[in-house]
Design a protein around this ligand. Structure first.
Ligand SMILES: Cc1cc2nc3c(=O)[nH]c(=O)nc-3n(C[C@H](O)[C@H](O)[C@H](O)COP(=O)(O)OP(=O)(O)OC[C@H]3O[C@@H](n4cnc5c(N)ncnc54)[C@H](O)[C@@H]3O)c2cc1C
Length: 397
């Protein structure tokens, strides 16, 4: 059998897969359509087990140095304040990183790329867009074209499709991508204003529930990021206008001076899981396989957990395990996407946007009871930090 892997996509999932494989002596080719790693604002939350996984690449101390360690996170009522504060230190016997780390995902990308660039087993091909993957019993062939239309074929023992939501690899597998599109757009604004001036008891990560307009506040080293749902029928221009940003932020915390806003990004959010993750020697991971709303920070983390599982499975196969071990990857990780990630993120959205006062009160009561009891408090953290899902599916053969 050939002993190399072709990876489509140099997002966090492709890069984590590549690092794990080269560390095990397996050559990789990464084919990425962009000319360089993008630095756009996307996910910034890293959960404890993800940091445990990244520990082997020696990037976590730098991520901590460049990021913000968050020992707590909160559900708040927009009007009445704190409903429940979750304390991640309660996980100290379960993880080497009992906190959430806020560190923009592009920082991890740059660290992993730098690591790969120094490794002769890694061939990184920027500016090449994958168009087609074919396979025989023994190998895969990936066709990619550069900006000038020149095509090149990359062959390997396996192909990992880590090519994001519009995945060519997923389409090649012929997987359905059923689910829903969230009716509202999500608008992310980053501002230099320190929200702890207006809300002194706020955690660095806070979900603010409200029947009319919920929002999320997340602190990073230099800025606070605010996430608002906005009407999808507004024009693109209006959604990302400075006027709307100012109106929303003034509504979140009234100030006499205008907000300084550094970024405004609006995006559509879907909840979808591919009907199959594997076809022969081709497997998909990360956003190529599942997408969800960002409430709970599970998209990026779940994708990195996929990468870790998939790359480790390929290492086992290279060492003699049967090819159908890839089925275990699909059984384990697809179950997490369906039963944990989608369920948790949809429930978080429901807690934030429920209009019925009785249902809202019931959610709040349940959250208050959960944090008041040390056993349920820890259990909630085990689930929302994604430690439980990793341990539960490890039992699936
Ligand atoms: C605006 C925005 C905000 C977000 N905010 C959050 C958040 O707050 N919290 C959260 O948890 N998640 C958030 N997400 C989701 C999170 O960023 C993703 O879950 C994460 O990036 C998934 O990583 P990935 O490597 O699977 O895919 P991606 O990061 O999408 O990487 C895929 C890579 O594949 C490349 N590619 C695509 N097609 C091809 C092709 N045909 N050939 C070659 N290369 C190709 C792309 O250029 C890209 O570099 C956000 C996403 C967006 C778009």
């Amino acid at each position: 059998m050939r002993k190399n892997v072709v990876i489509v996509g140099a997002g966090p999932v492709g890069l984590v897969s590549a690092c794990l494989l080269v560390d095990e002596g397996i050559p990789v080719t990464i084919v990425e359509s962009c000319a360089d790693l993008p630095r756009d604002l996307r996910a910034s939350t890293f959960h404890p087990p993800t940091l445990d996984m990244l520990g082997r690449f020696n990037v976590v101390p730098r991520m901590v140095e460049q990021g913000l360690v968050c020992p707590t996170w909160q559900f708040r009522d927009r009007t009445d304040g704190v409903v429940a504060t979750f304390e991640l230190d309660r996980l100290k016997d379960e993880t080497a990183h009992p906190y959430r780390l806020q560190c923009e995902q592009w920082r991890l990308g740059e660290m992993l790329l730098e690591r790969l660039k120094g490794n002769p087993l890694a061939d990184i091909r920027f500016g090449m867009k994958a168009t087609e993957v074919t396979q025989t019993a023994d190998e895969i062939a990936l066709v990619a074209v550069d900006e000038k239309g020149a095509s090149e074929t990359f062959t390997g023992a396996f192909c990992i499709g880590a090519d994001g939501i519009g995945s060519v690899a997923r389409k090649t597998i012929g997987a359905a991508f059923d689910g829903i599109t969230i009716p509202e757009l999500y608008l992310t604004l980053s501002t230099t204003y320190d929200f702890s001036e207006a809300m002194p008891d706020i955690s660095n990560i806070a979900y603010l529930s409200d029947p009319e307009e919920w929002f999320v506040l997340i602190r990073t080293v230099n800025v606070w990021r605010a996430l608002f749902p906005v009407n999808a029928e507004l024009t693109d221009e209006h959604v990302t206008s400075p006027q709307l940003a100012e109106k929303l932020l003034q509504g979140a915390a009234k100030r006499d001076v205008p907000y300084e806003v550094l970024h405004r990004t609006a995006y559509r959010v879907h909840e979808r899981v591919a009907s199959t993750y594997v076809s022969g020697r081709l497997a998909i991971a990360g956003d190529a396989a599942h997408v969800n709303n960002p409430l709970g920070g599970m998209g990026l983390n779940g994708g990195i957990h996929d990468a870790y599982n998939l790359a480790s499975t390929l290492v086992e196969i290279f060492r003699g395990a049967p090819l159908d071990l890839l089925g275990r990857y699909e059984r384990q990780r697809r179950k997490v996407a369906l039963d944990v990630v989608q369920q948790t993120t949809l429930r978080n959205r429901a807690i934030l946007n429920t209009r019925d006062p009785a249902a809202r009160a019931a959610y709040y009561d349940e959250l208050r009871r959960t944090v008041a009891n040390p056993v349920t408090h820890k259990d909630y953290l085990m689930r929302t930090s994604m430690i439980s899902s990793l341990r539960d599916v490890a039992k699936i053969a």
